[in-house]
Design a protein. Structure first.
Length: 326
């Protein structure tokens, strides 16, 4: 049986006076925000945290000045196996990994997709990720959405990226080919939650989690538009749900979209291209964040996915044909 790779974690600190009166687990969860309080409690209960050289209980109070030592090994549970799946690595250093995910690649194993996922590929690429939550994946793209996605390679980076996402300081820009003609850019601000009757879908639901999507019109084609879309929040299926909510669903979206309708009288090549496009027309083209270690702002941009670029070229040719008086 193979042994899962482990990450050795050693921490030492002297508690600040501001912790006075707190439970030990509360004080350490504040001091080590990269770890969950539940994980800290497990370590305390297992005697892996020493306070002034001795084990303590989670409920014991601290008063400031105590010397705390932690020495543990974080190890994956072995349920997800490394698999040699090709990755398009856009950037990598000791802290983060940026991937250009192809359409069709599931991010996390789940029912119906137990393996063959991005997570399995990451475990093969960097075995140490087995010790991190979800192999360092801090945000996701739907299976049939292509484009940029960042992965943490250390606990410190994981904590930083999660905090940046919470602060909404991670910049995520998409290209979306939608049905219909929008007059101008704008924003959709509507709460998103689980659909009340169709549990595999999301929907705009009163009282659900707030969600905000901004968009601008980049190009217009017969019966369709290409949008630049920016996420202010990161709800499941957010762009797909919001654009469908304003009656401009993504072309090819099998869940929130409409039956493909080629423009009336269009070239047969465009009709064929629309009918052959087998996914939602959504691509994460640009990603910006602060480096977890240096704080330096970083931005990446990738070309449009080849299948979406090909479809857009068909629409451009149709636009030219429709406006050519000859």
């Amino acid at each position: 049986m193979s042994v899962e790779p482990a990450v050795r974690v050693q921490r030492g600190l002297r508690l600040d006076g501001a912790c006075a009166g707190l439970r030990l687990d509360q004080a350490l969860a504040q001091a080590w925000p990269e770890f969950s309080r539940g994980r800290v409690q497990q370590w305390i209960e297992a005697g892996q945290v020493l306070v002034d050289g001795a084990p303590r209980r989670c409920r014991d109070r601290v008063w400031g000045g105590e010397a705390v030592c932690l020495d543990v090994e974080l190890r994956g549970d072995g349920r997800d196996l490394p698999q040699a799946i090709a990755l398009d690595v856009v950037y990598e250093d000791t802290s983060i990994l940026v991937i250009n995910k192809p359409a069709g690649l599931v991010v996390h194993p789940a029912a119906g997709n137990p393996d063959g996922t991005l997570l399995n590929a990451l475990l093969h690429h960097a075995p140490g990720l087995a010790a991190l939550p979800r192999a360092g994946i801090v945000h996701r793209l739907d299976k049939d959405t292509s484009g940029l996605l960042v992965v943490a390679k250390t606990l410190r980076a994981h904590c930083s990226l999660v905090e940046q996402l919470k602060r909404r300081s991670v910049h995520r820009e998409y290209r979306a080919l939608v049905v219909g003609d929008l007059v101008a850019g704008g924003a959709v601000e509507a709460p998103i939650g689980r659909h009340p009757t169709q549990r595999t879908r999301m929907a705009v639901v009163a009282g659900a989690r707030a969600a905000l999507t901004r968009y601008r019109v980049l190009e217009r084609y017969p019966g369709h538009c290409l949008l630049g879309v920016e996420l202010e929040t990161g709800r499941t299926h957010q762009i797909r749900v919001h654009l469908a909510h304003v009656r401009h669903p993504l072309l090819g979206d099998p869940v929130y979209g409409v039956r493909p309708r080629p423009p009336k009288g269009c070239d047969p090549a465009l009709t064929a291209a629309i009918q052959a496009f087998g996914r939602q027309a959504l691509h994460a083209i640009r990603l910006g964040l602060d480096h977890p270690e240096t704080g330096r702002p970083l931005v990446w941009e990738v070309p449009m996915a080849a299948d979406l670029e090909s479809l857009i070229e068909c629409f451009r040719r149709e636009r030219a044909r429709a406006t050519d008086p000859t």
